[in-house]
Design a protein around this ligand. Sequence first.
Ligand SMILES: [Zn+2]
Length: 466
Amino acid sequence: MKRGISSMLPSRLNRLLSVIAASVLAVAAMVAPARAAAFDPIGTEPVAPYALPADTALPQRGCTTTLADPKNAAGSIQAVQVIYAWHEGNGNNYEMYAERIARIVDRMDWLLDESTNYDQHINLSCRTGHATGTYSGYARALVVPEKIENGVIGGETDPFVIADDLAAAGYDSGNRRYLVFEDFNGTATAHCGPVCVATTDDWDSATMMHELIHLHDVDHAKVSEVPNSFSLNDVMISQYNDWQIDQEFNTYYDPSETSALFYTSSYPDTRKVNLASFPPFTTPVCCDVGYSNDALTAQERTIESDAPYGFPTGFTVTGGGWMQVTPPGADGQVSARYYDGRRSLTMNVQAHAEGLVSVTRRPAVTAGQRYKFFARLTTGTSGDVKLRMSWYNASNTLLSASDSAVHSLSSGWQEYSVSAIAPAGAATVRLSVVSPAGQTFAYVLDSLQLNHCNNGRTTDGCRLNG
Ligand SMILES: [Zn+2]
């Protein structure tokens, strides 16, 4: 059923948690079908962090590969095959929906590309026999109809039935992920066996993208370092509102470093993923303007590469204090038990001087442009810190510094940030967490990020906190 959970098996519950979260709203949103057919699959497009373009302004992804027989993809590139699935209960409405589905798929490609400053796209498989010079022809080349013979009339059709039907019909290639738009009571889910299907009976780009992303073994988005806490602004948890993909570059998607892997779920789950290397996607190419970006390396963002008690590679301490990779300890304080490779940096603050933990490498900046530095911090006791961006010219001379307010740290992981415009002559920036002199305590640091605030769509051009 649309956004429903009534028939879900426990083993599928985890992947469908976001469906559960939205189910209360969904009940209120259900309306009577506006047409003669008994089932209305049309969903609502997400609008956050900003609206998707109108149809007239929507880039057309187009066919990446075209086959004479879409059931024979042997030797083809890895790609997505789009299926319009129907059964006798609601009839075959292919002609009514082919272009509608193509628009949704184009929106999926748009949101992947727009999420970050990297160009990345979905490889789409088309069939011959349709003139792709018109949108009508493109849609019919892209979207293939398939009758689900064992579809349940008067009830909910299970995704396993869909996968079995496709395989029996010959849609059984390992080079394909099958994107199945159900024109009947079905489920929003992702499933592999005997073929990999992302299905939904609630047709909008973010819901279908959410399910396609699950096929790369990505779990629902968590807040880095906050145990069992879901990120509220991500296509992998709130796809009914949000389309952006891992805006912090640290949970499941980092197109800037495709070899980096991130823990996608809660301890003790050990799966590590990076959606940027999903085979049906193109290789990411830098750079354009997208919703989020990051000028740090995965190690600078996550402090992942060193063992507990070790020296945090890529960081430098000056002044009052000393650092180490956080040792094992209580769950709530030790991010080594959670995301980002389950490592974090502990700064042991000493009273004799202001203490700074800095990213050793100074990323390049452009004078006159706005930048925003984010970090998550917590303490088991209490103490004050601020974030600082120190601007240097091309001769490595310090020009000035931009500080955040002083924050009193809490026992919960919170994200702090500082935003400023790079001054005239600035060529690089040093990122630091600063503890004012006179304190003796320890804090834990993780989830750093440096945004170039150039998206032009949000208040200061940077991604939002959260
Ligand atoms: Zn899900």
